[in-house]
Design a binder for this molecule. Structure first.
Ligand SMILES: O=C(O)CCC(=O)C(=O)O
Ligand SMILES: [Fe+2]
Length: 325
């Protein structure tokens, strides 16, 4: 085992007062690099802001593996192709990235920014008359809860989302943080027997159990016809980093192929429960102008409803992805 602190393979050289900071390794490591599948250690944060030479953005990591705040970019200003490439690299490395003070971002520029990363999907529960159908509005308040079951977005699709970009449009006076879990780090924490077993399993992902709640059986049948239950590997390989991640979630994964509900339940409980381990999480406090961009292939997320009954509204654009393998 290589100890990154002992042999000097640090991710970053941390800036001492007044000194420049450089990144000691190339931006993307290949999946063959043993460091990719082991937990990475950052040097103690003497100066939290990491400035990378030759890059137009700043990256301020929040934990050792997941979450970073990005500075130096106005998302409403049509970032250059080079800046978009840097943002994409930061997303792959930190799995969820945050932008502050994006006060000029509106629905049009939110959509335009999202399109720089791929096609945007239209969520089936988006009201038909919405002028910007790519924007999925998620309101909460009173007794109406924000999504507080750990999940990755739209895993019920045949080709689920690559990433989601979220803008807060109504901030509650307190609380309402969102949490993300690094599902690659969660995979690493499994014992070898569980890893080997999980790799043989196929998860069943369903739209109707969440979005059809409270609807009649007939309506639910119609929904399921439009969005049939999907099969995805329980452990997927990230198509860009090669990282293995746990790809079942407590919201949309309703069972396991070739397993009875009783057989599947304890396995799914164990695997989905890994998102709740604090060591793999980061937590974000929203402020006016905050934007979050996460990789749905690498993370799961969950809102804390500790702000209720106050009002909280967010708007999401969702970049399409490819078939998990
Ligand atoms: O409201 C949030 O912070 C996240 C909601 C959510 O699950 C999503 O936007 O996909
Ligand atoms: Fe979500």
């Amino acid at each position: 085992m290589v100890d990154p602190l002992v042999d000097g393979r640090l991710e970053f050289e941390v800036r001492l007062a007044g000194e420049a900071t450089t990144r000691s390794q190339t931006k993307m490591r290949s999946p063959a690099d043993p460091a990719v599948n082991s937990r990475r250690v950052l040097a103690p944060k003497l100066e939290p802001r990491v400035t990378i030479h030759g890059m137009s953005i700043t990256i301020d990591p929040m934990t050792a593996t997941v979450g970073a705040e990005i500075g130096g970019v106005d998302l409403a200003d049509t970032p250059s192709d080079e800046t978009i490439a840097e943002i994409r690299a930061a997303l792959l490395e930190w799995k969820v990235i945050f932008f502050r003070d994006q006060h000029r971002l509106d629905r049009d520029s939110h959509i335009a920014f999202g399109r720089r990363f791929g096609d945007l999907e239209i969520h089936p529960v988006t009201p038909k008359d919405q002028q910007h159908p790519e924007v999925f509005v998620i309101p909460a308040g009173g007794t109406f809860r924000a999504p507080d079951v750990w999940h990755s977005d739209v895993t019920w699709r045949p080709e689920p989302s690559m990433g989601s970009i979220l803008r807060i449009t109504h901030i509650p006076p307190l609380g309402g943080d969102t949490l993300w879990a690094d599902m690659g780090a969660a995979y690493d924490m499994l014992d070898d027997t569980t890893k080997e077993h999980a790799e043989t399993l196929i998860g069943l992902h369903d739209f109707t159990t969440t979005f059809g709640r409270g609807k009649s059986p007939e309506e639910q049948d119609a929904m399921r016809e439009r969005h049939p239950t999907m099969e995805h590997p329980v452990i997927r390989t990230h198509p860009e980093t090669g990282r293995k991640t746990i790809y079942v979630n407590a919201n949309f994964t309703i069972g396991l192929k070739d397993h009875t509900p009783d057989q599947a339940a304890p396995i799914l409980r164990k695997l989905t429960g890994t998102a709740k381990i604090p060591d793999v999480q980061c937590r974000f406090r929203w402020a006016p102008g905050s934007v979050a961009f996460w990789d749905n292939r690498a993370t799961q997320h969950c809102v804390s409803n500790d702000f209720l009954p106050h009002k909280r509204v967010v708007e999401r654009v969702t970049v399409t992805g490819d078939k998990p393998y």
